[in-house]
Design a protein around this ligand. Structure first.
Ligand SMILES: *Cc1c(COP(=O)(O)O)cnc(C)c1O
Length: 234
C-alpha cells in the first residue's frame, strides 16, 4: 500500500499522543519536527499542507538549495546537524533555530551574524550534548556543558531554550532510554545552576521517539517515518 505524507503524519500524531498518555503527559507539550534532509522541496510543501510547521535539515548548503522554492512558508526551520564555524553566518540567515550548537566560537559567530539581520526575535538555540557512542563526534562534552551554557547566556542575540542529543543507534529503543534520561538530568541540573527556564529537550528519532517521550522529550525529530527511506545515507 502506498502511504502518503499526510497518512504518515496522522499516524505519527497518534503515536505521539499515545506515548504522551503512557507517560502521563499532554501531547501538546511535544513538537514534531519533520526531518526533510535528502527530500525535495515538494515533499516539505506537502507536509506543510498536511499541517506540519516544524522542519529540520542537517546541512546548510542543502537547505539553501531548497529554500527559495518554499519562500514565505510560515514554518520554523531548524538546523539539526553539525555546523562548521565558517558557515555560521549562512546558517543564521537561512534557519530560524539552531539546535546543534556545540562550540563557543560558533556561538559568537551566530550572535554576530544575527545582529546584522533586521531587528527580530533572538535566534533560538539548543546546545547539543555528546553523550557517548562512536557514531557522532558532534556535541559538547558533558563536563563542558555548564561553562558553554553560561557564556551563551551572555550573548544578546541568542536565546538558549534547552538541550539536544543524538544518542548512539541501538536496535532496541529501550536501550536508548538511559541516554534520554541523562539529557533530561543534565537539563535539570543546568536549570538549577543557571536559574533559568530551559524548557526544550530535543531527542528521539523515527525508531526511538516514543522512548524519548517517556523520558521527557519536548521535540522529536522524525525523518524516515514521515518522508520515507532516504535514498542516500546521511
Ligand atoms: C536524520 C536525522 C534525524 C531523523 O532520523 P530518522 O531516523 O530518519 O527519523 C533526526 N535527528 C538528526 C540530527 C538527524 O540527522
Amino acid at each position: 500500500m502506498l502511504t502518503t505524507i499526510a497518512d504518515n503524519l496522522t499516524r505519527l500524531h497518534e503515536r505521539i499522543a499515545a506515548a504522551a498518555q503512557r507517560a502521563g503527559r499532554s501531547a501538546e507539550e511535544i513538537t514534531l519536527i519533520g526531518v526533510s534532509k535528502t527530500h525535495p522541496a515538494e515533499k516539505i510543501r506537502e507536509a506543510f499542507q498536511s499541517g506540519l510547521r516544524h522542519f529540520g535539515e542537517n546541512r546548510v548548503q542543502e537547505w539553501e538549495g531548497k529554500r527559495a522554492a518554499l519562500a514565505g512558508l510560515p514554518a520554523t526551520w531548524h538546523l539539526i546537524g553539525h555546523l562548521q564555524s565558517n558557515k555560521a553566518a549562512r546558517a543564521a540567515s537561512a534557519f530560524t533555530a539552531i539546535d546543534s550548537l556545540d562550540d563557543w566560537a560558533l556561538a559568537q559567530r551566530i550572535d554576530r551574524a544575527a545582529a546584522e539581520k533586521p531587528p527580530s526575535e533572538p535566534m533560538r538555540v539548543l546546545i547539543e550534548v555528546h553523550l557517548g557512542g562512536e557514531e557522532t563526534k558532534s556535541g559538547v562534552a558533558e563536563g563542558e556543558l555548564p561553562a558553554l551554557a553560561e557564556k551563551v547566556l551572555q550573548l544578546e542575540r541568542l536565546h538558549l531554550a534547552g538541550l539536544m542529543c543524538i544518542p548512539p543507534f541501538l536496535e532496541d529503543p529501550e536501550e536508548v532510554r538511559p541516554y534520554f534520561a541523562r539529557l533530561r538530568h543534565l537539563r535539570d541540573a543546568l536549570k538549577t545552576r543557571l536559574g533559568r527556564r530551559l524548557p526544550v529537550l530535543s531527542m528521539g528519532m523515527s525508531h526511538d521517539f516514543e522512548a524519548a517521550i517517556q523520558e521527557g522529550a519536548t521535540e522529536v525529530r522524525v525523518g524516515t517515518a514521515l518522508f520515507g527511506t532516504r535514498s542516500y545515507p546521511q
